[in-house]
Design a protein around this ligand. Structure first.
Ligand code: NAD
Ligand code: UDP
Ligand code: UDP
Length: 314
């Protein structure tokens, strides 16, 4: 018989959270989605409202939360630089106070707890590709620090609750992920380029476009989350989850122009401060501990994402 778990997803109305809620419901669980709708939207989860096993609560994770659950996926936090720099103090509070409240909840109900950490904990990395043992190169006082240091402090809290209170923790370090339900105005590179290409506007390349990223499609990432949560209690992470296919941002712009058949031109704009010059996950640990690796290639993932964004373009 199916054992129905009660699962809390914070940030469940966001890009990744909404895909996760959907997947967990499809697997026969009860899902409680908690979100303050800062960057998320009811539109992302509206198709789940008719499911009696889905519940939504408007709540800010910087405040305590008292619910009874078996597992917690903690995703609440704006993820795009424009959004997380809009109210940087709130960003740090969301990561740090959010972690404390959810760890306190996990401790009280003895729930297993997952953290959506980030490749940003590596900052502008001197080690390439990034391995989990690399301690990073983050500017603690720069404009990205509210996000990077917030997530680093959250990781610290997870590991202290693990050592001190024997909590079952799962820490994932997520690398750039894209797909349908990304916020159309969140300023991330994939959504920006696709929307600009579909509207025939200039493609805004920051810097000379030689900086690299490695893009993972959402369904591969969600599969990684589920597998990490299902690992033996001895597995705590941190585990890198991302697609190791690295490319320059300029190559991404050219690919988007090709796949949309757009006439847009590339224009060059200043590189934002502290923008990492390269990023690529080493996923050896994910392969070894959970038999996970990405399956969706960039072209296939971009086609699905382009089809989604066509709805937003008049
Ligand atoms: P997103 O902005 O679409 O989702 C974040 C969600 O959290 C939104 O629904 C937002 O309203 C909610 N939220 C923000 N602050 C909150 C608060 N104080 N209380 C309650 N809810 C709050 O971003 P996403 O891409 O889905 O990212 C989800 C998680 O994954 C984030 O923690 C992010 O740091 C992490 N992550 C994402 C990526 C990526 O490439 N998408 C990469 C690394 C890490
Ligand atoms: N907390 C919560 N929900 C719970 C239990 C705790 O939000 O079900 C919050 C609580 O407000 C506290 C935080 O989690 O501030 C940390 O809890 P913990 O028990 O670790 O510490 P303490 O209560 O001793 O500060
Ligand atoms: N970028 C760009 N044009 C844009 C948006 C972003 O060239 O319109 C670049 C950005 O400077 C960075 C990369 O694309 O080098 C990825 O940016 P994003 O904000 O998506 O994520 P990051 O990995 O920087 O958090």
């Amino acid at each position: 018989m199916l054992s129905r778990k009660r699962i809390l997803v914070t940030g469940g109305a966001g890009f990744l959270g909404s895909h996760l809620c959907e997947r967990l419901l499809n697997e026969g669980n009860d899902v409680l989605c908690v979100d303050n709708y800062f960057t998320g939207s009811k539109d992302n989860i509206a198709h789940l409202f008719s499911n009696p096993h889905f519940e939504v609560m408007r709540h800010d994770v910087t405040f305590p939360l008292y619910v009874e659950v078996d597992e917690i996926y903690n995703l609440a936090c704006p993820a795009s630089p424009i959004h997380y720099q809009f109210d940087p103090v709130q960003t740090t509070k969301t990561s740090v106070h959010g972690a404390i409240n959810l760890l306190g909840l996990a401790k009280r109900v003895r729930a297993k707890i997952f953290l959506a950490s980030t490749s940003e904990v590596y900052g502008d990395p001197e080690v390439h590709p990034q391995v989990e043992s690399y301690r990073g190169n983050v500017n603690p006082i720069g404009p990205r620090a509210c996000y990077d240091e917030g997530k680093r402090a959250a990781e610290t809290l997870y590991f202290d609750y693990w050592r001190q209170h024997k909590l079952r923790i799962k820490v994932a370090r997520i690398f750039n992920t894209y797909g349908p339900r990304m916020h159309p105005n969140d300023g991330r590179v994939v959504s920006n380029f696709i929307i600009q290409a579909l509207e025939g506007k200039d493609i805004t390349l920051y810097g000379d476009g030689s900086q690299t990223r490695s893009f993972c499609f959402q369904s591969d990432l969600i599969e990684g989350f589920i597998r990490l949560m299902a690992t033996d209690d001895s597995v705590t992470g941190p585990v890198n989850i991302g697609n190791p296919t690295e490319m320059t941002v300029k190559e991404l712009a050219e690919k988007v122009i090709e796949l949309t058949g757009s006439k847009s031109k590339i224009i060059y704009m200043p590189l934002p401060q502290d923008d990492p010059t390269r990023r690529k996950p080493d996923i050896t640990l994910a392969k070894k501990t959970m038999g996970w690796e990405p399956k969706v290639n960039l072209e296939e993932g971009l086609k699905q994402t382009i089809a989604y964004f066509r709805k937003f373009v008049a």
